[in-house]
Design a protein around this ligand. Structure first.
Ligand SMILES: [Zn+2]
Ligand SMILES: [Zn+2]
Ligand SMILES: [Zn+2]
Ligand SMILES: [Zn+2]
Ligand SMILES: [Zn+2]
Length: 377
């Protein structure tokens, strides 16, 4: 039924007559009587609502020296000569953050590394590719540490070859198990009875299968590792990078600035016939924007330094406040929904004060009654 709307003015504001008719209908529907057309019977205040969001894309340009291992492929980078003069189109959507990377013409240099091919000898195995490993599993009884008091498992006695009675080792250890004759140095009663001085049993090491060495885990047995300085590439590349960065910057205006009652804001948000507009940098403001909205938005639309794109999103709704002299307890807010003018009545300041005063008085009375009741008799 939008075609039947009679309140339309060039700015889309409902006329005073239409607003009063709508308020009158509501008062009558609730059993009230009001002659709203009488002189001084009403006060009409226009308070159109605006929600305006401005997003600018602000551009920054910067240069940086870059160094990378190897010979990276830079062929995808656009080449520039003068960063400030280099043309980069603005982002199609100013809300998007975008970084463009460029390459300064003729700035690419290759530097060979002293390592030659990017490899250096492994520091763990000193370039040998293998690390030593015990060929036998350790003796479970002595763990290879006290296998023989005289030769320590080496086969060479401490005194060279002879032994004296004074230096004779204990014939039994702390647990009372008698020591055995050493199989390596022949010292009597000085060796671990389990391994007889060898420090190991007959089981070969699972890691090296008895070979006594295994491949170095650091270099996988190759004896060489990547040179850290050049990242194993043997060559480094330097160049000058130009960066053009477009970042969004947001501003917002909400009118009217004095806050509307929550009930009115919610109803208007849900039911109102909001007009929506999205403008690019050079688009004019819509014709149906209220003059006070226009005045508030216009200063916001000046170009900022570095601005390359702009998006302005507007949502606006005519809203009228009506105070009726014969109904001082209520305030009526009127706005168009998609088919008609909608009226939202809310309690006036006077009414809210009244209610608060009554509640306070009741609370006071309650406490008085309580105090009297609790007084000792
Ligand atoms: Zn190197
Ligand atoms: Zn190694
Ligand atoms: Zn081993
Ligand atoms: Zn021994
Ligand atoms: Zn042993």
């Amino acid at each position: 039924m939008a075609g039947q709307r009679t309140w339309e003015q060039p700015t889309g504001e409902p006329t005073d007559g239409d607003v009063l008719a709508a308020v009158g209908r509501l008062i009558e529907a609730r059993g009230g009587v009001a002659d709203l057309r009488a002189l001084g019977a009403v006060r009409i205040t226009r308070c159109p609502v605006l929600d305006c969001r401005v997003t600018r894309s602000l551009r920054r340009r910067r240069e940086a020296a870059v160094e990378e291992n190897g010979q990276p492929d830079l062929s995808h980078l656009p080449v520039y000569e003068d960063l400030d003069g280099h043309l980069v189109p603005p982002p199609s959507d100013p809300r998007v953050h975008r970084v463009r990377e460029l390459l300064l013409d003729g700035s690419v240099r290759r530097h060979g590394c002293f390592c030659g091919n990017g490899k250096v000898p492994c520091s763990v195995c000193a370039g040998r590719g293998r690390i030593s490993c015990e060929p036998w599993m350790r003796c479970a009884a002595c763990r290879g540490r006290e296998s023989c008091a005289e030769c320590g498992g080496s086969g060479l006695r401490r005194d060279g070859r002879t032994r004296t009675a004074a230096r004779l080792p204990r014939s039994a250890d702390a647990t009372g198990v008698p020591r055995a004759d050493c199989a390596l140095c022949d010292a009597p009663a000085s060796a671990c009875p389990d391994c007889r001085g060898r420090g190991h049993g007959r089981t070969v090491c699972a890691d090296c299968r008895g070979k006594g060495s295994q491949p170095c885990p650091d270099c996988d047995g190759s004896g060489k590792t990547d040179h850290e300085t050049c990242g194993g590439k043997g060559v480094r590349t330097t160049w000058t990078r130009g960066v053009v960065e477009d970042s969004p910057h947001h501003e917002e205006i909400r009118l009217p600035e004095e806050r509307l009652p929550l009930r009115v804001r919610r109803r208007a948000r849900r039911r109102g016939d909001w007009r929506h507009a999205v403008l690019a940098a050079d688009d004019p403001l819509p014709d149906d924007l209220a003059p006070e909205h226009r005045a508030a938005v216009e200063p916001l639309l000046e170009d900022r330094p570095g601005e390359v794109a702009r998006r302005v999103e507007l949502d606006h709704l005519p809203l009228v406040r009506v105070d009726v002299v014969t109904h001082p307890d209520q305030v009526f807010y009127v706005f168009p929904d998609p088919t008609r003018l909608r009226v939202v009545p809310v309690a006036s300041r006077r009414r809210i004060r009244q209610v608060t005063t009554v509640a306070l008085a009741a609370a006071l009375l309650c406490s008085l009654v309580l105090m009297v009741a609790l007084l000792p008799r």
